[in-house]
Design a protein around this ligand. Structure first.
Ligand code: GLN
Length: 598
């Protein structure tokens, strides 16, 4: 099947069939080029290359080598070492202008010849041979294949390079170049004569688009900070005296060369290369400019084009009390949660978090001033460093206000720098676990001690109002049963088998929805009971109850209840009265929850 992208590229090229301009002739060998050659290549940051025309035909790289040797100079000498010798100001002058700053003698930028000869001179190595070997290796690394020098172009340019020779000698006079200026010139002319094809150039551009990692070989060529610098200089100076026009009309960092090539970089997306040897007045491929303008327009490639405003990062925001009805717990605990769970908040974030997104989330939290925060980042795709720092700042601010933040983050997109220390934040793989943490924390913060087993049992609504003699009878019928995590305790459809009082661990009650999926209805904790609801549905269990941790229950079986009813009617009366009271309590809570959230 033919890709619509390929078809689209073909249609653009058909419409940009410029025949204006002449091939460069000041380098005699370049004058031999067939002026109507054409190629286009587009390389994605994941390493796919679309090509059109003679994308495998080689030509000398010329000035497109400049951003790459500047990059190598930066890698060799660092920002400071390079800045001492060459500036980053657009000159608004032609590529071969003899221009140096009047005080320091520094060339204005590394994209015009004076600056490029200087950048080449900063490349480390024993001698010109070994330094050039490094340049060739470097360019080959970006292209992902072994490149060679076009010896004819090299000799042709070197023998006629009067202007560049003058520039080199002048740079030497200002102590910008060291050593023999002829050798530095030689290195520069050889770098310009490296033979590449349009596909190579697109992949080289895509390496810059990909933050310095060659998208096909996956080799890291350049540190991201240097990539940013190189792209900035390309954006402001890459098109010489047409830089303003270019950034306005095309809007991508780019570089052209007099042999007819142009590369353009759309950071994070693609590298683009065009080859068409007829040049405009700036020494840039005329048809190449036309194609780039057209693509930028049609494909929204202009860097300043904002396709999508950053939308809110907070997908939803709600108090803990809104999740709590899906749980059952001892009444006294419930009372504390009813009073305080409003001040614990869940924030679900989504999308790519850059500064604006993190600011958005932080502002929501600051407005709420909650006591506990659950930050759910499961739907976040990527978090920029600045967003990570901002969210960590939020945690610090919360702690200062005696609040705490938990994170739901199974993928660890927001790593905890304090993981493993006593400063670590609680991290959870699912929201439910985080909610359980928050509830326990609310209870702890508001004075509820974790109740011991015996008290839990004594306070259970079924037992607490029994007279001591009745209680003794009931106790004698209760048996302790254990289950392990994941074990099904009650199955939907089975007959009422008794009342189960949770002493330790927790269970969930689930039902199947229409499509057969499992829906959790409620989580039940120690001090609560299950099974008795079947009495309301003709003795048929209508949920599946499953242990979610090791579980201990006290069971008053259906047979035991029958026996008590037969043998100890007065005890049974007390017991049924307690059951009815508890059932009304549950019904009342459900009604209230329905009124609030229905
Ligand atoms: N080698 C060429 C020169 O120095 C490169 C110029 C260019 O491509 N713009 O003149």
């Amino acid at each position: 099947m033919r890709s619509p992208v390929q078809q689209y590229l073909e249609s653009i090229v058909e419409q940009c069939s410029g025949t204006e301009g002449e091939v460069a002739s000041y380098i005699p060998e370049l004058a031999q080029t067939d002026p109507d050659r054409f190629a286009l290549a587009l390389a994605t940051v994941d390493g796919h290359v679309y090509t059109l025309g003679e994308a495998e035909t080689c030509f000398s790289i010329q000035s497109i080598s400049k951003p790459f040797t500047y990059a190598l100079a930066l890698a060799d000498r660092g920002f400071q070492g390079v800045a001492e010798k060459v500036d980053v100001e657009p000159s608004g002058e032609a590529f071969n202008e003899i221009s140096l700053a009047s005080d320091t003698g520094r060339p204005p930028n590394p994209m015009i010849n004076a600056g490029a000869i200087t950048a080449a001179s900063l490349i480390a190595g024993e001698n010109t041979e070994s330094r050039f070997a490094r340049v060739l290796d470097w360019l080959s690394g970006f292209a992902g294949r072994d490149l060679e020098v076009d010896e004819k172009v090299y000799t042709s340019e070197l023998t006629t390079a009067h202007r560049n020779r003058a520039i080199a000698h002048m740079l030497r006079e200002f102590n910008i170049l060291h050593g023999d200026p002829e050798e530095q010139l030689d290195l520069y002319v050889r770098q310009c004569a490296v033979s590449v094809n349009t596909r190579d150039l697109a992949v080289m551009a895509a390496t810059l688009a990909n933050g310095g990692v060659q998208p096909v070989t996956q080799r890291r060529m350049l540190e991201p900070a240097y990539v940013e610098r190189v792209l900035s200089v390309m954006a402001t100076c890459g098109m010489y005296d047409a830089a303003g026009d270019w950034i306005s009309a095309v809007g991508m960092p780019a570089k052209s060369g007099v042999s007819g090539g142009i590369i353009a970089v759309l950071p994070g997306q693609v590298g683009l290369a065009v080859f068409s040897p007829r040049l405009d007045a700036h020494g840039t491929s005329a048809r190449g400019v036309q194609v780039c303008e057209r693509m930028s327009n049609d494909m929204d490639m202009h860097l300043m084009h904002v396709g999508r405003m950053s939308t809110t990062a907070v997908r939803s925001r709600y108090p803990l009390s809104q999740v709590s009805p899906r749980r059952s717990r001892p009444e006294a605990d419930q009372a504390v949660l009813d009073a305080h769970a409003e001040r614990s908040m869940v924030y679900e974030l989504h999308g790519d978090l850059l500064f604006a997104g993190a600011e958005n989330a932080v502002r929501a939290v600051v407005d709420d001033t909650p006591e506990l925060v659950i930050l759910d980042v499961r739907k976040v795709d990527d978090i920029a460093d600045v967003a990570q720092d901002t969210l960590r700042g939020l945690r610090a601010a919360l702690r200062e206000a005696d609040a705490e933040m938990a994170v739901v983050d199974p993928q660890r997109v927001l790593p905890d720098p304090d993981a493993g220390t006593d400063q670590a934040s609680p991290y959870f793989d699912d929201l439910d676990s985080a909610v359980r943490w928050a509830e326990a924390e609310v209870l702890r913060r508001h004075g509820r001690q974790p109740t011991d087993e015996q008290t839990l049992v004594n306070e259970h609504p079924l037992l607490r109002d029994l007279s001591s003699s009745a209680r003794r009878v009931v106790d004698s019928y209760m048996e302790e049963v254990h289950f392990s995590a994941d074990e099904v305790v009650l199955e939907v459809g089975e007959q009422f088998s008794g009342v189960h009082l949770i002493v330790e661990g927790a269970v969930i009650a689930t039902v199947q929805d229409r499509s057969g999926g499992t829906v959790r209805l409620v989580t039940m904790n120690p001090g609560t009971s299950f099974g008795e609801l079947a009495l309301g549905t003709d003795g048929v269990q209508d949920t599946t109850v499953r242990a979610i941790s090791d579980l201990a229950v006290l069971r008053l079986s259906a047979e035991a209840i029958e026996e008590i009813t037969a043998e100890h009617p007065l005890v049974a009366l007390q017991m049924w009265r307690a059951m009815a009271r508890d059932a009304y309590r549950v019904a009342e809570r459900a009604l209230r929850a329905g009124a609030t959230f229905g």
